[in-house]
Design a protein around this ligand. Structure first.
Ligand SMILES: Nc1ncnc2c1ncn2[C@@H]1O[C@H](COP(=O)(O)OP(=O)(O)OP(=O)(O)O)[C@@H](O)[C@H]1O
Ligand SMILES: [Mg+2]
Length: 242
């Protein structure tokens, strides 16, 4: 892979109090790639996503995004540089309607694109269009996930961070969501960094992937390589759908 990566995470350590959750993580994401991060519960995957967004901040190491050091930037400044996150657990606004949730995702400087962007998201997730006046909290799990991704897309991100988009969803819904991610990547060139428990689906979708164990990256390679790797298969794919 040539050129500077869009996102470069270098030797990042993140602590919760005295507890070290990330122990020197290196990850690169290049423009136009889908990169996934897999690993067991508690490995530190969400912590890495949140550290990229500046909360919690890295205690040491560097995070470079689009040529700028964002390691010590406050979260809202990082968001302004067009990193958008669909966090674990979706975190949509339950009392607001679908449309209002999407409004919350649009930055002030994107308001002129609002109608155009909403139309695009409704095309990607027609279910949201049908339910645009419904309150977020009454949507199904799959619909909430679509809304969470849609809200992140309203920020017109250069980098989309997705934390466990498939969690708790039926296989057919997962398939639809992964197809939508692929479409955004192929048609819009959107760069995606994805955390997944569903290692099989994630590796199939991704150009490259990283495996995290106890706050450290232990393996990396192309999605295809990792899918075929006996250690990865034993740890993350056995018993899964493959
Ligand atoms: N706010 C917090 N305060 C203290 N410890 C935390 C906090 N958030 C996470 N941790 C700890 O940091 C470690 C990494 O957690 P993290 O949520 O990043 O893991 P994960 O890989 O995303 O796991 P999962 O697959 O279950 O979502 C865990 O040991 C967790 O208990
Ligand atoms: Mg997590």
């Amino acid at each position: 892979m040539s050129g500077e990566p869009l996102l470069k995470v270098q030797g990042v350590e993140t602590y919760y109090g005295n507890i070290r959750a990330l122990g020197g993580v290196d990850v690169d994401v290049h423009k136009g790639e889908i990169v996934s991060l897999i690993g067991a519960n508690g490995a530190g995957k969400s912590t890495l996503m949140m550290t990229i967004c500046g909360s919690p901040q890295a205690r040491s190491g560097k995070i470079i995004f689009d040529g700028t050091d964002i390691t010590k930037m406050p979260t809202h400044m990082i968001a302004r540089r067009r990193i958008a996150q669909s966090p674990e657990g979706r975190r949509i606004f339950p009392r607001m309607t679908v449309l209002e949730n999407l409004q919350m995702g649009a930055g002030l400087d994107n308001l002129k694109y609002f109608d155009e962007d909403v139309a695009k998201i409704f095309e990607l997730f027609p279910r949201l269009k049908e339910r645009q006046a419904q309150r977020g909290g009454t949507l199904s799990g799959g619909e909430q996930q679509m809304l969470s991704i849609g809200r992140a897309l309203m920020a017109r991100p250069k980098l989309l961070l997705l934390d466990e988009p498939s969690l708790g969803l039926a296989p057919l819904i997962v398939k639809g969501i992964f197809e939508a991610i692929k479409k955004l990547n192929q048609e819009e060139g959107l760069t995606v960094f994805l955390v997944e428990q569903n290692a099989f689906a994630a590796l199939k979708l991704s150009d490259r992937a990283y495996v995290m164990v106890n706050g450290q990256v232990t393996m990396s390679g192309s999605g295809r390589e990792l899918l075929a790797d006996p250690q990865v298969r034993a740890a993350y794919l056995e018993g899964g759908r493959h």
